[in-house]
Design a protein around this ligand. Sequence first.
Ligand code: TXA
Ligand code: MG
Length: 314
Amino acid sequence: PNPSFATAVRIFGEDAIAEAARLIGEGQCVATPTETVYGLAADATNGEAVARIYEAKGRPSFNPLIVHVPTVDAARTIATFDTASEKLATAFWPGPLTLVLPRRADGPIAGLATAGLGTIALRVPAHPAMQALLRASGKPLAAPSANASGRISPTRAEHVLASLGGRIPLIIDAGPTGHGLESTIVAATEETIRLLRPGPIPAEEIESVAGRPLAPSDTGKIEAPGQLESHYAPDRPLRLNAAEARDGEWLIGFGDVAGDATLSATGNLVEAAATLFERLHEAEVSGRPRIAVAPIPETGLGTAIADRLRRAAA
Ligand code: TXA
Ligand code: MG
């Protein structure tokens, strides 16, 4: 069942930010403007808070999310920068640029925010509301666009209310966003830089600041974000809908199926989404040659969990 809220819309200011920061601290998600589009923000270090983003959006799969931080220094605690990404961060942050970078293994970000990937999409936003929320909450904030899955990105609080009203507790209203278009996404994970999503910062400006050309994509056109990096999949066979473990299997349980470890002993789908990637990584290092996963009900967040598991099993 989806959560039901009496969604409050508050004009951006000290009171609205204090209330939003309190909700973030409780693991809830809050819609806030950025200079590109309105984002649906939650504590990126709290897996269950990140799961609530997917729940509110009704996303049928776990795409990795953009994590927002207040400063370049904060970004350095989460990802590693090379020469080109340092130049891009210095030139364009705060601003409408997202950098996909190698994730630091010792970083604080929940596995669900990056969908288990070894890379992370990071952005230092310029908008005063998002900046104020980052500082007041003291947390890196995962935030996709604040629209229900399959709907267009919101550039006004009214759009967010129409799309997510009743599904989130609070929308901060600071009027229409400046760019009205999602951030430019650039991957700088190897010795190359690649454009993953065109946006407010043109490709030519990226190339001139980085001092190197954007590498051509494999397909010859701009690649769909999230599809470029192969999604995380475990390194051994995975069996679905397992009521019990067979020989050599590490069983990931859910609800009544206990397993070697469980996604959620109480059958809670928010908890299951939050623990999914940790449980899969754990199974890989268990020493068992195969993985099995208990049945997950395909309702609400269960749909996205099952989608991810089917891809992992394929
Ligand atoms: O302007 C924006 O970027 C807005 C505001 C709220 O900041 N956010 C936004 O987020 O557009 P979202 O989740 O709607 O889009 C993020 C895109 C997704 O297409 C996702 O696949 C890609 O970024 N992405 C995230 N992490 C990635 C990674 N590690 N590798 C490749 N793509 C990634
Ligand atoms: Mg979006």
